[in-house]
Design a protein around this ligand. Structure first.
Ligand SMILES: N[C@@H](CCC(=O)N[C@@H](CS)C(=O)NCC(=O)O)C(=O)O
Length: 120
């Protein structure tokens, strides 16, 4: 119970600080942004709202102006998809669709490095 309260309070502080210090989205030409949108249209970030690693990843997505869908991995069917298809219930996890292939990328630092390399 004590740890639940601490986690709740810390989670909300993180969300508040995040809200107050939102990074500015990168600007692109209309055609470049359309291309980005097409690339990420089938991607999803499996995440928890107040997880600090997820907040860090969402901030990078915002900074890079990437409209990637976020899903709540605490809820089904996403929770179950993450376990059975991704391999473990750990967030953040980026589901990347490339044609017929699907890659499940774990680790916030790895996800951010991948997004920066591809879209910065
Ligand atoms: N090193 C990982 C840490 C991720 C992590 O610890 N995530 C926690 C949530 S904050 C998690 O998924 N825990 C599993 C669970 O809560 O079931 C990263 O940077 O992505």
């Amino acid at each position: 119970m004590f740890f639940k309260v601490i986690r709740f309070v810390l989670g909300n502080i993180i969300l508040l600080v995040d809200k107050l210090t939102q990074p500015r989205p990168q600007k692109r030409s209309k055609s470049a942004q359309t291309e980005v949108l097409e690339s990420v249209s089938n991607w999803s970030l499996y995440q928890f709202k107040a997880c600090p690693f997820c907040v860090k990843t969402r901030r990078a997505m915002r900074r890079l102006n990437l409209p990637i869908t976020t899903v709540d991995a605490k809820k089904d069917p996403y929770r179950q998809e993450l376990i059975t298809q991704g391999g473990s219930l750990k967030v953040p996890c980026l589901r990347i669709e490339k044609g017929d292939q699907v890659e499940w990328m774990y680790e916030s630092s790895e996800i951010i490095a991948y997004l920066e390399k591809r879209f910065a």
